[in-house]
Each structure stands twice: as structure tokens, then as C-alpha cells.
Design a protein around this ligand. Sequence first.
Ligand code: ADP
Length: 364
Amino acid sequence: MAGVTLKAVHKSYGKVHAVRGVDLEIPDRAFTVLVGPSGCGKSTMLRMIAGLEEISAGTIAIGERVVNDVRPKDRDVAMVFQNYALYPHMSVFDNVAFGLRMRKTPEKEVKRRVGEAAELLGIGELLERQPKQLSGGQRQRVAMGRALVRDAKVYLFDEPLSNLDAQLRDEMRTEIKRLHQELKRTMIYVTHDQVEAMTLADRIVLLRAGVIEQEGKPLELYERPQSRFVAGFIGSPSMNFVPVALAKTNDGLGVQLPGGATLPVPPQRASGLGGRSQILLGIRPEHLHHQRGVEVPGGFGKLRVTVEVVEPTGANTLINFHLGPNSLIVRLDGYSSAQPGDQLDLLVDMNRAVLIDPETERVL
Ligand code: ADP
């Protein structure tokens, strides 16, 4: 087992500077997810760790050993790809065993390890089948078996679930998490899907245009994003953003929303705003609530909106509305009988709102 350390790592493909000076400590035995929009450099980082891509500058170490010049097969990493190409003419057993046999592992040991991996992945019944006799989810399990059967220091996953349909993806996500809990190996997982990142990761590394925008525990990124980009990327539906003016009120400081409402800025948060007159207010859809009585709890503001689109999801109801030109969304618990055109009274949890400098896009 080992952690992975990247120091000032760069990667250029000709003129494309894909990874721009990344310093990163990936902890031993943890589940680390590299996430970010398409093209941000996450696959490149994973492939550099695997040794499938040369690095342009910097160092990568697996455990104590700098591996810049170590060939992929000598790095002690195992990788699961998005396109899990199984050998079509080989049985599941032979597919899983392939890497071990290439390494001249004694056949008795091959049997033992394939058996263990098959048990872990629930594919024990399928070992005699050929890939074409498997469902998509079963094939993905076999592909994972091929990686897990190896006694590697680090396991790398490159969007392994993106070819599966939504339900299967959810199931496999749970399985991967369970696997990590059982095996406690160092796993590094690449995805563009923030839900996958949030649910799987011990640590999230959020990349943007080849640099790390923020890293931390999933709930740290959710609760304390450092920039508008992180605030908008993490969470589903995405955070609402509204440009607001700051104004003095009878009780202290407030933000004036387009459309006229004023919401209180909690006193402990006002000091960070400096002398600004305009900021960007970020509010998560789940931090807006339907006001049922007349009371307004401390730290909350009131807002009356006109319902535009209602989207019931079963457990929640998503309601779209506008504040001036800005389209917003609120997630209400449970079923809502609201109809388009209705007036809806909302409470805004200003303790959990995010206050952003509109110029730097950093959180204040
Ligand atoms: P991600 O995995 O985040 O979608 P990648 O790491 O695949 O992003 O790519 C990062 C950037 O590097 C992109 O701009 C991509 O077009 C470019 N890139 C990736 N691989 C190559 C390559 N082999 N040749 C040229 N450009 C590449």
C-alpha cells in the first residue's frame, strides 16, 4: 500500500498545456476522486500516475519511490478503464487471470486470487462464461476483477461507470464504495460526475483547466467552497447565483435582490465584505424553504416568488422561478401542490448562503 505524491507536475501535448503545475498528496488507503469538467486534465493526471503518459515537468512518487522513469508495468498500479475491453474469446476466469499469468504467477495462486476477486465482486457463477454472455454491469465487474486480482499498491479508475445506464451506475457505485471499505487500498478515481465524486470520495480534488481549484473532504467542498466555480460545480441541482447590492438596514446589513426583497446578512458574516457595494449571492436550492407560518427564524430572510415550472422527483419538488433576469431553483422536501403562476413564500437560510466577490469570483 502507498500514497501518491505529485510535485509541480506539468503536462503539455504540443501547444495544449493540459496540467499546469499540480502539487498533490494522495493519502495511503484513502479513496481520492479527481473530478472536474471535461478537458480539465483529470484523465491525463491519472494516466501520468499509471505511467501511460510521460510528464513534461515535476515528479510523481508512489510511496517513497519517484516513478518518473519507471515503466507502467513496474509501478505497482492496477487500472480500470472506461472502455473495459475484455478479451472476447476468453472465459471470465481467463480474462481475470490474464494479468497474473502474464506475470508468470503459479497456476495455484492464480486460481486462489481469481476465486477471491470473483467472490468479492459476486461473479463466482460467471467464471466459465464468455464476455458476450454477460450484461454490461457484469462485464464491468469482470473488468474490475482484472484490476483487483493484482496485488497493486494503487488502484486507478478512469470513469469506469460512464458506459452503464443510470440504475446500474448507482448500484456499481455502492459496490465500489463497499469494495474500498473492505479492501482499504489506495484508490484514485476519475469522474466528471460530481454526485459520484461526493458519494465515493474520502477526498475530492476538483480540477479546472489543469490546476487544482480546491481539495478536501466532500462536505468541506459543499459547505465551504472557496470560489464560485466550486460552489457551482458541487451540488445538484446547482447553486443559484444572484448579483445583489449591499445596503444598510435597521438591523445591520442586508442584500437587495433584483425584484426588491432585502435579506439580512448575518452579523458575523458582514465583516468579511469590506467596503463592497455589490456581491454575488450564492444560495443552494435546498437552503430555500417553504414558509408555512409567519415566523422567520434568526438568520433567515423572506422572499415571495412566482412559481414558473414545477418538477416533482418523488422525494422532493423542484420549483423554478425568476428574480429579475436570474433563473433560480428551490428544492422543497416532499410533495408540493404548487402550480405555475402561484405565489410562493420562501425562507432563505442566509447562514448557509455563499457571498462571492463578483470580480475575483472568490468566496468572501
Ligand atoms: P479530462 O479527463 O479532464 O476530460 P484530459 O486529461 O483527457 O481531460 O485532457 C486535458 C486536455 O488535454 C484537453 O484539452 C485535451 O484535449 C488535451 N489532450 C488530452 N490528451 C491529448 C493528446 N493525446 N493529444 C493532445 N491533446 C490531448
